[in-house]
Design a protein around this ligand. Structure first.
Ligand code: NAD
Length: 311
């Protein structure tokens, strides 16, 4: 194998296939795409592979329904599961996706016992908790997609509101990937100036509200399906940081064991990513109000975990 790693993607739907395409085009891994639907992962993998002569990438792609093909993966991305329909919250997916993620995690662990699991399936914080429980992996090897996507959404809205290039914008979103996400305007900047010094309170409130509803806005527009372009870009950034051992700090859903005063709960916080998954959890200095909001976020995730009754 010429590539630094092997990535398996479970679920060849919108998010899974878009991840396969993005990772292949960046060329840093060989990819196995797996789904329960016969022909779907095989067809999508073949289609992406046939773009290699045009785009000049060397990643190998395999589509399969058989976990044998995923054996000894370095990273496994889990995207299998139901998506929201208009009017649904991510939490409404809990029991359906709990069954799927439990079964998938068992299969992943038995074929790739040393992998890092990157969870996309919603509600993602609860699904990371579940995957840690089922896999018995240490917490550094199971993380979820949330903060990168939520911050990217806020950055996009700030850039468009102020008509500035998006690369000048940095946004900070922590907490639950859901209605209790914690948006920190104080730490969200344009050219290093906090947006609290640039925009009036009402304008910031609108950007915050649109970010919290960012996923629902897209579900409402698409009507059948949910976002996958920005989610797959976010996952690709996480996987690249892990496989290439970049030691890059990115906000991800991570299992907290006392950081931020929160225990046994998965929330999005800044983490340093490298070959072992999470190398370090970074603790930002928060105001008492921000800490309170993060605690409320944690309580929402704990409520979902209780419903799963993991024992
Ligand atoms: P999709 O419906 O397009 O694809 C899901 C795929 O999973 C389908 O192809 C289905 O056949 C497959 N699948 C179902 N059960 C399976 C099993 N047991 N084994 C293998 N494959 C199985 O959905 P999507 O748009 O790709 O979204 C996937 C999940 O990711 C959803 O739960 C969605 O809510 C979530 N998501 C999360 C984020 C995030 O920020 N964390 C962002 C986008 C989507």
């Amino acid at each position: 194998m010429n590539n630094p790693g092997k990535v398996s993607i479970i679920g060849a739907g919108n998010v899974g296939a878009a991840c396969a395409q993005r990772i292949a085009e960046r060329g840093f891994a060989d990819i196995v795409l797996l789904d329960i639907i016969e022909g779907l992962p095989q067809g999508k993998a073949l289609d992406i592979l046939q773009s290699a002569p045009i785009l000049n990438f060397g990643s190998r792609l395999t589509g399969t329904n058989d976990y044998q093909e995923t054996a000894d993966s370095d990273v496994v991305i889990i995207t299998s599961g139901a998506v929201r329909k208009p009017g649904m919250s991510r939490d409404d997916l809990l029991l359906t996706n709990m069954r799927i993620v439990s079964e998938v995690t068992r299969n992943v662990v038995s074929h790739s016992p040393n992998c890092v699991i990157v969870m996309a399936t919603n509600p993602v914080d609860a699904m990371v908790h579940l995957a840690i429980h089922v896999s018995k992996f240490p917490r550094n090897r199971v993380l979820g997609l949330s903060g990168i996507l939520d911050s990217a959404r806020l950055s996009t809205f700030i850039a468009s509101e102020l008509n500035v290039p998006v690369e000048k914008v940095s946004a900070c979103v922590l907490g639950e990937h859901g209605s209790n996400m914690v948006i920190l305007p104080r730490l969200s900047t344009v050219s290093d100036t906090p947006i609290t010094e640039i925009l009036p309170r009402e304008a910031i409130d609108k950007l915050v509200e649109r970010t919290v509803r960012g996923g629902a806005e897209i579900v409402g527009l698409l009507k059948t399906g949910s976002a996958f372009y920005a989610p797959s870009a976010s996952i690709t950034q996480m996987v690249e940081a892990i496989l290439l051992n970049k030691k890059k700090t990115l906000p991800c859903a991570a299992y907290l064991e006392g950081e931020y005063g929160i225990k046994d709960t998965v929330l999005s916080v800044p983490v340093e990513l490298g070959r072992n998954g999470i190398d370090r959890i970074i603790e930002l200095e928060l105001t008492p109000e921000e800490k309170q909001a993060l605690t409320k976020s944690a309580e929402a995730v704990q409520g979902l975990v209780e419903v799963m009754n993991l024992g």
